[in-house]
Design a protein around this ligand. Structure first.
Ligand code: NAP
Length: 285
């Protein structure tokens, strides 16, 4: 089966390319220079050229703070690009797998299932939810995967994630301040890639799936574990979001229950701390 991946040099794109190739799928792995998702004509040309059975869109505008200022870019990549991918993929007889985010929720309860009503608190979350809705409208056979707090390897040496960022900050500044009042599920991109492959094997699935590693924690607890495993002794100052200087509202709880995945009989992903230990064992900064 021919599978086309967009945003292939990002964390999930890198992991998926490896996993799908290991599973003997025919993989067309495209980065921004091969397919710029801000260009509608290019989307049509590329999808019509390769006629993939499945398109997995790993590209996104991921900068939550920046989305409030660069609204056009956030909607272009997170809403309209998925829409055009869904339209053109459907036209060639394929199916879209669109990635989305825990930030479609408002944190008004401690965890969220796939059928809970989304209510994003910021532009980033709105652009993701709008993308989900448009994809569903034009191609209801698509799969939407919501995930959160990704960490993993990337072909792009400039790529950023929380784990690398907090280690660099500890090294440069000697101490870090981290919020205690935002709870979510850290997720290891290679584990997510394996789960996406398992979902692919179940051919008839459609609709929204939550896929994260098991277990939830605050950014503060996540940092404590990172430092413990990596033997970093820099002090970690616990703060609350109001003290962090952010202008963006974020959900206090954005824990994603992997309800439908488990219902399908797929084994829940391992605990995030186990995945983190594997990641840090392989990471070179
Ligand atoms: N990272 C997280 O914490 C997180 C949390 C929740 C959901 N997700 C979702 O999970 C998916 C995968 O995330 P990730 O962490 O793997 O993302 P990532 O590492 O930031 O990779 C995103 C990729 O998208 C590419 N891209 C940006 N603009 C593009 C354009 N105009 N055309 C084509 N490609 C473009 C980027 O290329 P350049 O670097 O060259 O711009 C990058 O390779 C995304 O949908 C993301 O929103 C991620």
């Amino acid at each position: 089966m021919r599978i086309l991946i967009t945003g292939t040099h990002g964390q999930l794109g890198t992991a998926l390319q490896k996993e799908l190739t290991n599973q003997n799928y025919e993989v067309i792995a495209l980065g921004k220079s091969d397919l710029d998702l801000t260009k509608i004509k290019q989307i049509k040309t590329v999808i019509e050229k390769f006629c993939p059975k499945v398109v997995i869109n790993c590209a996104a505008y991921n900068y939550v703070e920046g989305a409030g200022e660069d609204i056009e870019k956030a909607y272009c990549l997170n809403t309209f690009a998925p829409y055009w991918l869904a339209v053109t993929t459907k036209k060639v007889g394929g199916k879209l797998i669109q990635l989305s985010s825990d930030y479609v929720f408002d944190g008004s309860k401690e965890s969220f299932r796939e059928n809970d009503t989304p209510c994003p608190l910021n532009i980033y979350g709105m652009s993701r939810l709008a993308g989900e809705r448009l994809v569903h409208l034009v191609a209801p056979e698509s799969i939407i995967i919501r995930t959160s707090r990704l960490f993993g390897f990337s072909d792009d040496p400039q790529s950023h994630n929380f784990v690398k960022g907090i280690i660099k900050r500890a090294n440069q500044e000697g101490l870090v301040s981290v919020v205690t009042d935002q709870i979510g599920n850290p997720t290891y991109a290679p584990d997510l890639a394996v789960a996406i492959c398992q979902l692919l094997e179940k051919r008839a699935v459609v609709g929204i799936y939550h896929i994260t590693n098991s277990g939830a924690c605050s950014w503060y607890e996540f940092t404590k574990k990172i430092f413990e495993i990596a033997h970093i002794t820099a002090p970690i100052i616990p703060i609350v979001t109001d003290e962090s200087g952010t202008k963006i509202s974020r959900p206090s709880f954005s824990v994603l229950e992997n309800f439908r995945l488990i219902e399908l009989g797929i084994t829940p992903l391992r605990h995030w701390s186990e995945a983190l230990a594997e990641y840090l064992g392989k990471l070179t900064i």
